[in-house]
Design a protein around this ligand. Structure first.
Ligand SMILES: Cc1ncc(C[n+]2csc(CCOP(=O)(O)OP(=O)(O)O)c2C)c(N)n1
Ligand SMILES: [Mg+2]
Length: 222
C-alpha cells in the first residue's frame, strides 16, 4: 500500500494521468502501514485504487481479529475522508463496476478510493496450512455467495453470450498456461532439489553492496 500510494503521489505531482492499484488482505489491514497509506492517499489526493480483499481469514485468524467485527473494512476509509465501497467480491461484474468507478476518479485526479472486496478463502493460506485445524472442515461449502467463476459463467450463458463448451475450452487453456509457466520456472530451480550457487545470495539486492556484504562475501570466498 505505501509504495502504491507513494508512486501515485509522484504521478499526481507530475500531473500525468497514470494511476496505481494495490491489493491487501483483511489481516494486513491490522498493520500500521495500512493507516499511513490511507492518511497520505487522502491528504495528497493520490490517484490510487486501494483494495482490501476480505476473504474472512488471515492464515488461521478470523477477520474479526483484525478489527472486522467492530466495523467493516470499507468504513475505515471513510474516517480518512476516502470514498469507500464494499462489494460482493464473488460477483465479477460488481467488482468490475466498482473498480471502473474508482479508476475514473483516480484518472481525473479526484483522489483515492478504498474498495472492500467481500469474499471467502475456500483453500488453505499456503501449501503448509491445514484449515481444518482452526475452522469446520466443511465451512467453505456453506459460503452463501458462491464461486465467482461459476456465477459469471451462469450469467453469461443465461444472456446467450457463452456456452459450456467455451467454458471447458477456456479452462483447459488456462490450465495449459499455468502448466507451461510452472515448467519454465522449474527449469530454473526447485526448492530442496536444486543447488543455487552461493554467490547468488549476495547479488541483485543492492546496486552498491554494503561493506558488511562485501566482507561476508570475501569470507565465504565466492
Ligand atoms: C509483519 C508481519 N506479521 C506477520 C506475518 C505473518 N503472516 C503472513 S501471512 C499472514 C496473514 C495475512 O492475512 P491476510 O492479509 O488476510 O491475507 P490472506 O491470508 O487472506 O492472503 C500473517 C499473519 C507477516 N508476514 N508479516
Ligand atoms: Mg485474508
Amino acid at each position: 500500500y505505501i509504495q502504491a500510494v507513494g508512486w501515485a503521489m509522484a504521478s499526481a505531482y507530475r500531473g500525468d494521468n497514470k494511476i496505481a492499484a494495490a491489493w491487501i488482505g483483511d489481516g494486513s489491514t491490522a498493520e500500521s502501514d495500512f493507516h499511513s497509506a490511507l492518511t497520505f492517499a487522502a491528504v495528497y489526493k493520490a490517484p490510487v485504487v486501494l483494495n482490501v480483499v476480505n476473504n474472512q481469514w488471515a492464515i488461521s485468524s478470523f477477520q474479526g481479529v483484525a478489527g472486522g467485527m467492530e466495523t467493516t473494512f470499507a468504513s475505515k476509509g471513510i474516517g480518512y475522508g476516502l470514498p469507500s465501497l464494499r462489494v460482493d467480491g464473488n460477483d465479477f461484474l460488481a467488482v468490475w463496476a466498482a473498480t471502473a468507478w474508482a479508476e475514473e476518479r483516480a484518472r481525473t485526479n479526484q483522489g483515492a478510493t478504498l474498495i472492500e472486496i467481500f469474499t471467502y478463502r475456500g483453500a488453505p493460506h499456503s501449501t503448509s496450512d491445514d484449515p481444518s485445524r482452526y475452522r469446520p472442515a466443511d465451512e467453505h461449502e456453506h459460503w452463501p455467495l458462491g464461486d465467482p467463476i461459476d456465477r459469471l459463467k451462469q450469467h453469461l450463458i443465461k444472456i446467450g453470450e457463452w456456452s459450456d463448451e467455451q467454458q471447458t475450452a477456456a479452462e483447459a487453456e488456462a490450465v495449459e498456461q499455468v502448466r507451461a509457466a510452472a515448467k519454465e520456472s522449474e527449469a530454473i530451480g526447485t526448492l530442496g532439489q536444486s543447488r543455487p550457487s552461493v554467490k547468488e545470495m549476495f547479488e541483485e539486492v543492492f546496486a552498491e553492496p554494503d561493506w558488511r556484504l562485501v566482507e561476508q562475501r570475501r569470507e565465504v570466498g565466492v
